[in-house]
Design a protein around this ligand. Structure first.
Ligand code: FES
Length: 96
């Protein structure tokens, strides 16, 4: 399997991943703590990340993620890391 990679800011942590994981899972496996109060159920928004760079269009939001995005007024770059599949070349800011 070809390794893919994404980067989290502001730590500039570079993380390899496989296709089955969410962005949140990639972060946690690499020791990067992103809050996830609802346990990755897509209902709390504490796992929000901001997409700074992408190399391909992002997949559309899940229904759960869209509900949260509408409620919280997210712009297109704000995504729930528990609902977003990792993509090679992504650069994501973890808000502090
Ligand atoms: S962990 Fe709650 S929405 Fe992602």
């Amino acid at each position: 399997m070809t390794k893919k990679n994404l980067i989290f800011l502001p730590s500039e942590k570079s993380c390899d991943f496989t296709d089955e994981e969410s962005v949140l899972e990639v972060a946690l496996k690499n020791g990067l703590e992103i809050p996830h109060s609802c346990g990755a159920m897509g209902s709390c928004s504490t796992c929000r990340v901001v997409v700074k760079t992408k190399t391909a269009p992002l997949p559309p939001r899940t229904e759960l993620e869209q509900d949260i995005a509408d409620m919280r007024g997210f712009d297109d770059s704000e995504r729930l890391s528990c609902q977003l599949p990792p993509m090679d070349g992504l650069v994501l800011l973890v808000p502090t």
